[in-house]
Design a protein around this ligand. Sequence first.
Ligand code: NDP
Ligand code: 2IT
Length: 445
Amino acid sequence: MSYVLSVMDQVKKRNPGEIEFHQAIEEVLLSLEPVIQKHPEFAKAGLLERFCEPDRTIMFRVSWVDDAGAVQVNRGFRVQFNSAIGPYKGGMRFHPSVYLGIVKFLGFEQTLKNSLTGLPIGGGKGGSDFDPKGKSDAEVMRFCQSLMSELYRHIGQDLDVPAGDIGVGAREIGYMFGQYKRLQNAYEAGVLTGKGLSYGGSLARTEATGFGLIYFVREMLAAHGHNYEGKTVVISGSGNVAIYACQKAQSYGAKVVAMSDSNGYIYDKNGINLYTVKRLKEVERKRISEYVKLHPEAEYHEGCSNIWSLKCDIALPCATQNDIDVPQAEMLIKNGVIAIGEGANMPTTNDAIKLFLEKGVLVAPAKAANAGGVATSALEMSQNSMRLSWSFEEVDRKLDGIMVNIFKAAQSAAKEYGAEGNYVDGANIAGFLKVANAMMAQGIV
Ligand code: NDP
Ligand code: 2IT
């Protein structure tokens, strides 16, 4: 058995039942085979074994009292995956599906993603099985305060810097920051990113993941003689990433015809009215089905995965993991899709990615294509350290430049390792090499 396969085997045995973590490891390790062949010293240093084992895993009880006076108990997580190139950095996810296997897959992906940004940030991820849906602001606040009462001792602006992810936006970051500041008795603005603009947040952080995705896909399309003008786009999700991907795609002349939430999807043949989606989702916290009440010409369909049966040139999965499996990939291919841009983390299964690549569909892999969010978080940390703030245009320009560089890094690594045009392998290899070199230099730790 090759070194890579034996490490994969060991990871599966050591982490039973953590299927999303196994999936993420498999996708990355298989693309590292040529790297390991070129660098036998990595195997000697047990590099892959160390790379696949988080530095530290923290799990804790989060008790809080709901509005009815009943005691609720959730589980909190923080996986500090790898700090070879900088302090742990990555979001917090609040969703009932969260368990250790999801946080570990996200932390592992984050390590490679953060490396690709070119900025000095290591990889971490956290979250809770708390469901913010249907909770009052006061309940969300009490939950966030309780979670931070334990988390605060494990994080810090030079140690581990959480941010948002699914179910964690400006409201939750605000409540967590308030509690951290109270417990720490110091104004350490750089301990969390995605903060509000009045207390250390960065302009363009809200837009960054979605905008960055569209910049990355723009580069990929251009490298293959395409652009956005007149293209039909389907986007899954209607949260932070989906909304700003939609906005930027529309500004480049694409027509976004569908968006979704976990209940179903809307199809608007005239093009999605983003103003309505923003109001429904960002302000009123309602379901996407409400869209058709305001736009009767649009259709609403129950069941979110059927969104991929719609005909489109560009598919942007921006909701959650394993959104596109082989049957959805087959429908997209049959309908002539040109490119997939992964806004969510691991939204495409490994078999579906393989199928797309075999059929010549361009794939912009999550760890490269959605890195604009964390890159802008790192820019927020820089601004916090300097105690100044940059204009929207300045941050956006830096973000665009970072996405162009990530595309170039994935493109040239793919070429160098014999997988030209395969940006999945390219991103894995480019992200890995920087972390690997740092780990080699730092000895067996
Ligand atoms: P939000 O909470 O803002 O939005 C999530 C969206 O995805 C909602 O429309 C939600 O629908 C839908 N969704 C979530 N879980 C499921 C599910 N199990 N099945 C179907 N739909 C689901 O999160 P973000 O937009 O921030 O995150 C979306 C994706 O992008 C995630 O994979 C995240 O890890 C990734 N990402 C986020 C970054 C960021 O900066 N925010 C950066 C990089 C990646 P509903 O409301 O019905 O739950
Ligand atoms: O998956 C991700 O990159 C994020 N959720 C953003 C992390 C961050 O620290 O901004």
